[in-house]
Design a protein around this ligand. Structure first.
Ligand code: PLP
Length: 377
């Protein structure tokens, strides 16, 4: 079965007890036990909930993993995954990581004596060099946020597998439709489902998929023990969002391709970051490991004031921190998604005050280009 068909026809497309074409929202905390000596599938909703299970099974199927987990946000997903490690474990985190992930890795987990190194993951040799005897995990994000840097998932997973290091990949920008890191050798995939999976800017959620029973049990122990689970209403919204993931992604990606081509010809634009452009250093690796460049791009103008003016004048896009919704969203990483990163760290990563990130929506591209043209001028 191909991806689009799997989105519509899977184990949970039809509710088994009623035939409903939408999985019911099981708004319940606990379940009657017929026999206290029998371990029921459902006892308490922190541990298991049928709506959540439908979502978790579906994302596991789409990512090609053994088990899925739904969390209350993308950050809850990342924090819960990092919680499978122990004090003094060394974890390599890609340098160009989402600001919130940088914050918990640098300021939160370091308090629990995690040994964390930020490394330029676009350089496979730099990752190799950074591995120490206590390295237990490598955390990647590709394409990265917001400069769309590309990491070779297969090459890094091959190195990691030789040393039994767990590779985690934040797959938010791509969704399982465009990239499936577990097929490339990674062990855990993480999503801010708030973005393309939800797709409508109306829910905060996180999803994780893992491979291998031992690893799955470790993640479940944190999900059940720590308890940062996603509620049934929000699970239902993500199940609904998933059904249209392919058509949204196809259309939004096409808008991004057309916008990227237009942006590179604009006199006010210094650089366009998009992993299908020949000028992007990661394009070849990206197109080898993913099925398309996605619907997010960034560009840098020649001066900061122009970038700010663009943000003030753009009309057919929301100015917001998120991405992946049906509406085009423009954001200013230095003051929004990456405000939690010190300026010196931002500059190291190319996140200047003239950088703008755009997540393309479902509008007509002609309207967007007309509007962006006015805002740039
Ligand atoms: N990962 C990436 C790439 C993100 O862009 C975000 C949020 O913007 C997150 C993780 C965190 O997700 P959430 O906001 O759902 O907690």
């Amino acid at each position: 079965m191909r991806f689009g068909t799997k989105l519509i026809h899977n184990e949970h497309s039809i509710d088994k007890s009623t035939g409903a074409l939408s999985i019911p929202i099981y708004q319940v905390s606990t379940y009657h036990q017929e026999d206290i000596d029998v371990n029921q599938a459902y006892q308490y909703s922190r541990s298991e909930n049928p709506t959540r299970k439908a979502l978790e099974d579906t994302i596991a199927l789409l990512e090609g993993g053994d088990r899925g987990y739904a969390f209350s946000s993308g950050m809850a997903a990342t924090s819960s995954v990092l919680s499978i490690f122990s004090a003094r474990d060394h974890i390599i985190v890609c340098e160009d990581v989402y600001g919130g992930t940088y914050r918990i890795a640098s300021a939160f987990f370091s308090r629990f004596d995690f040994d964390i190194s930020f490394v330029d993951a676009t350089n496979v040799d730099a990752i190799k060099q950074a591995i120490k005897p206590n390295t237990k995990g490598i955390y990647l994000e590709t394409p990265s946020n917001p400069t769309l840097k590309i990491t070779d998932i297969k090459a890094i997973s091959t190195i990691a597998n030789e040393k039994e290091i767990i590779v985690m990949v934040d797959n938010t920008f791509m969704s399982p439709y465009l990239q499936r890191p577990l097929e490339l050798g990674a062990h855990i995939v993480i999503h801010s489902a708030t973005k393309f999976i939800g797709g409508h800017s109306d829910v905060i959620g996180g999803l994780v998929v893992a491979k291998g029973q031992a690893l799955c049990s470790r993640i479940y122990a944190v999900q059940n023990g720590f308890g940062a689970i996603l509620g049934p209403q929000d699970c239902w919204l993500l199940l609904r969002g998933l059904k249209t993931l392919k058509v949204r992604m196809d259309y939004q990606q096409n808008n991004a391709i057309l916008l990227a081509q237009w942006l590179i010809d604009q006199a006010e634009v210094k650089t366009v970051y998009y992993p299908s452009l020949p000028s992007h250093p990661g394009t070849q690796i990206h197109l080898d490991q993913a099925d398309g460049p996605g619907a997010v791009l960034s560009f840098e103008t020649y001066d900061e004031n122009l970038a700010k003016r663009f943000m003030e004048n753009v009309k057919h896009a929301a100015v917001a921190v998120s991405l992946g919704g049906v509406e085009t969203i423009v954001s200013y990483p230095a003051k929004m998604s990456h405000a939690s990163m010190p300026k010196s760290e931002r500059e190291k990563r190319g996140i200047s005050n003239a950088l703008i990130r755009i997540s393309l929506g479902l509008e007509d591209i002609e309207d967007l280009i007309e509007d962006f043209s006015n805002a740039l001028k």
